[in-house]
Design a protein around this ligand. Structure first.
Ligand code: F6P
Length: 360
């Protein structure tokens, strides 16, 4: 195995708190092993256009551990295999160009930090001969092969705090408060923030809901003297026999945009219960701000492990959290799948046993 001299690092897809912490760990650990680390800007665009990359030294990453976002920038529609990107020489499929640029830049390997979409792109490049390691990122926590992605804990902490705040105003006005959180296909954020914040109903994509059951629970609470209710809804929650609420269909190299679930649930509950209902959509607030200490530590462990795998010549793997250890899995085993909340998961059972409704 020839010695690694120069590696590239990039961040792709929607941002998540902890991206900078991973970059910092990759740079610090790489530099300490005598490797030069090149930061590639805006996901794979950094391997398409010249001058979209820069050397990252330890000084460049000092102070970024606690910063949200990514110092490298990110895009969530930059698939060089699918999306024609404007460049100086016209539009084309840029995958060959990425491979060419990788070699011309003298890179020996890549660290690709991203969610399912970015890891799927990485997997294709791995098959075209680019040695790389993936780092799983998404606040939704829905990547298979790892118990946690970084960013999830920060999103849950923020959403829990928001639910706490909504409790007092809901109680004061005897209202129904519907809190919509992120989670396209998986209800991890809704489940953890819902339980952590003491929600009365938690509606997740994995358990299609019957709105009359949610309304009944609100009436039941009224009957025993709790005149307010908190309903936590994942953006991807859908009624039984119905569909997820979309605000934009998928396009070339672009995923569909979800939205509206919280508002339609609040309107239906107001109609069914006669109680004033309000909706709060937490949206991108969940992706912003400083990562929690858990996410900083996880991101640092992921970054360190990514460099370790590269040094050992263990390519085309994704670092993973298998508590209490950091391990790795083949990227091929991960892409194109989603880690959903199992309906018999113990936290779902526990929530049910303390009276939380899943609307089923
Ligand atoms: O995948 C993470 C996520 O936060 C989803 O829950 C959400 O639907 C999506 O990103 C929104 O991304 P954007 O608005 O950046 O396209």
């Amino acid at each position: 195995m020839p010695k690694l001299k120069r590696i590239g690092v990039l961040t792709g897809g929607g941002d998540a708190p902890g991206l900078n912490a991973v970059i910092r760990a990759v740079v610090k650990s790489g530099v300490n092993h005598g490797i030069e680390v090149i930061g590639l800007e805006d996901s794979f665009d950094g391997l398409i256009e010249p001058n979209r990359s820069r050397v990252l030294t330890a000084k460049d990453v000092t102070g970024i551990l606690r910063r949200g976002g990514t110092i490298l920038g990110t895009v969530n529609r930059g698939d060089p295999f699918a999306y024609p990107i404007d460049t100086s020489d016209g539009k084309q499929d840029y995958s060959e160009r990425v491979v060419d640029m990788f070699h011309r830049m003298g890179l020996d390997a890549l660290v690709v930090i991203g969610g399912d979409g970015t890891l799927a792109i990485a997997n294709k490049f791995a098959k075209m001969g680019i040695p790389l390691v993936g780092v799983p990122k998404t606040i939704d926590n829905d990547i298979v092969g790892t118990t946690n992605t970084f960013g999830f804990d920060t999103a849950v902490s923020f959403a829990t705090d928001a639910i706490d705040r909504l409790h007092t105003t809901a109680e004061a006005h005897r209202r129904v408060m519907v809190v919509e959180v992120m989670g396209r296909y998986a209800g991890w954020i809704a489940l953890y923030a819902g339980v952590g914040g003491g929600a009365d109903s938690i509606l997740i994509p994995e358990i299609p809901y019957d709105i009359t059951k949610v309304a009944q629970q609100i009436r039941d609470r009224d009957a025993w003297g709790a005149y307010f209710s908190i309903i936590v809804v994942a953006e991807g929650a859908k009624p039984r026999g119905g569909r997820t609420s979309l605000i934009q269909h998928a396009g070339v190299g672009r995923a569909e945009r979800l939205g509206g679930a919280g508002h339609s649930i609040a309107a239906a509950l107001e109609e069914l219960t006669g109680k004033e209902s309000r909706t709060v959509v937490l949206g991108h607030l969940q992706r912003g701000g400083s990562p929690t200490s858990f996410d900083r530590v996880l991101a640092t462990r992921f970054g360190g492990k990514a460099v370790e795998l590269l040094l050992n010549g263990e390519f085309n793997r994704m670092v993973a959290f298998a508590p209490p250890d950091i391990s790795s899995v083949p990227i091929d085993d991960v892409v194109g799948k989603q880690r959903l909340v199992p309906t018999d998961f113990d936290l779902v059972q526990t929530a049910r046993s303390i009276g939380v409704s899943f609307g089923d």
